[in-house]
Design a protein around this ligand. Sequence first.
Ligand code: GRG
Length: 294
Amino acid sequence: MELKSYLKTQKTNIDGFLRDYLSPLDIPPRLKEAMQYSLGAGGKRLRPVLVLAAHDAVGGKSRAAVAVGAAIEMIHTYSLIHDDLPAMDNDDFRRGKPTCHRVFGEAMAILAGDGLLTQAFEILSDPSHMEEVPAEVCVRVVGEVARGAGSTGMVGGQVLDMISEGSDIDAAALQNMHLRKTGALIRASVAAGALLGGADDEGLEALRGYGTKIGLAFQVADDILDVTRTEEELGKSTSDVARGKRTYPSLYGLEGARAMAETLVTEALKSLKGFDGGATPLREIARYIITRAH
Ligand code: GRG
């Protein structure tokens, strides 16, 4: 399997859904423009691709997988918009473009984020998108995504990040923060795809384990990119180190952080040992996560 073409195909499917979904909705034009601006600004679409790849890994046949992936991408995009706000990281560039609040103003950026978050749950509860998905599975997917995005997951992680700024947190605190801030939505993406695809309890647990490991590996890789790439290459304007944040390279050194990312990927791959060739995309994505250039 060629990962590049797999990623490209799945990204095209997701981008198509995202483009078509908002257009016909009766949303005040300026708000719709702000939501579409950030959604359409690019991005790797990693989380929706993980939904689709996990769904493939369990032999799923659900037509709702793209919609669920798109809903999670909307939640991810909301988190980036809010993370960039003056009250948080106060960033000027994201995905290679001026941030939402720089273009639309702070109040509209807050509301665009709120709109994307809420709209995501509308998709997950809309029978026309969740067609043929048993109600019990829909409810479990909603729960999985809400836990990944909410106060015990991503939002909680963002708060831990905020309050730890400028302090030398230890390895356990750093891991706890990233398991939530970055890892929780990534794990929820894998679990949501698995649930939709009809995973049994054992398969779901194994895939959750995979999601946890790659979620952390993704953050370690992000910290490494932060110190080895330029802002132009990354398309965003901040450096966590400059902001006084504890990072994996600052804690373990660059080589130590690279070794840690490798170990996490090895562990993620071990979680997939009970899966057949259907899990090939997940295996390749694990490796891609720590070798990507942005
Ligand atoms: C504001 C509730 C709230 C949460 C914000 C995700 C997040 C929490 C903040 C982003 C800060 C950051 C740069 C975290 C590092 C890992 C990360 C999530 C990077 C961005 O995700 P990518 O690389 O972005 O998948 P693209 O643009 O490709 O979608």
